[in-house]
Structures are given as C-alpha cells and as structure tokens.
Design a protein around this ligand. Sequence first.
Ligand SMILES: [Zn+2]
Length: 159
Amino acid sequence: MNLRVGLGFDVHQLSEGYPLYLGGIKLEHEKGAVGHSDADVLIHAICDALLGAANMSDIGFHFPNTDERFRGIDSKKLLAEVIEKIKTKNYSVVNIDATLVLERPKINPHVAAMQKALSEVMHISTEDISIKATTNEKLGFIGREEGVTAYAVALISRS
Ligand SMILES: [Zn+2]
C-alpha cells in the first residue's frame, strides 16, 4: 500500500455579523469567520492536508478567492471536489486528525455533528475523522477572539 501524509493549516478572522461555520456545521455564536467562501477554517485545513498529501498544490490554487464562483460557497463542496481531485491520482482517504484553536465557543459538544457532516462528504467512517480543540490560553489574536486557526493531518493511500 502506497501511503502518503499531508499537513494543512488555515486561519480566518472572527467578526460580528458573520455566520460561524466549522467542520461543515453552523454554530451559534456572536462572531463568525470572515472569508470569501463560508470561511470554514477546519474544512480548509483538511482540504490543504489532502492536497498536500497528494502533492496537488493548495486550496488557494484550486479555488482562488478572486473567483466569484466560490463566493459564500459551502466549504463541504470544496472538500468534495478535493476528494475528486485526489481520486484522479487514485488516492483515497485513510484518516484525518485535526485541531481547532479558538477561545469560544466550546467545540467538544459539536464534534460528533462535525464528524458526521465530514464523513458524508469524504465517504469515510466517523471513526477515521478525529477533531480536537484547544484554546490559545487567551494569548495573541486567538486569545483576543479576533481569529480562529485550524491544523489538519491527512493520511491517504493509493490503490
Ligand atoms: Zn480558509
């Protein structure tokens, strides 16, 4: 089995008046993430991890933020396209491990819903999608609740 690993990282600004999409679901919160798409930082990190593992550049290359087609788009659609792209090189997803970094809201109560949403897009088991969350101990832009970041690692295999 030909195994490959990839790393993804993303950051979005948090601001009042925007919806907060994380891991393919909408969370109730007084601030949301700012971006060209729905600004789902977790999905974007996962997309970059998958593209990186397949050595297929990054999310900005495939879905440029200057392209009106991607304005406000549901990031689950981008993830579905990424899965199709890596499939053209005969890769399929083995597992994902991701970490969200933000002060609020609490992520743990929503992890199961995120895993379910992402498993339906990636066609893998929720058991193969790990989502963790940590705060930034009130330090820096994350600590001031001005932004949210996500890290993801993806393992893919070539059949
Ligand atoms: Zn992003």
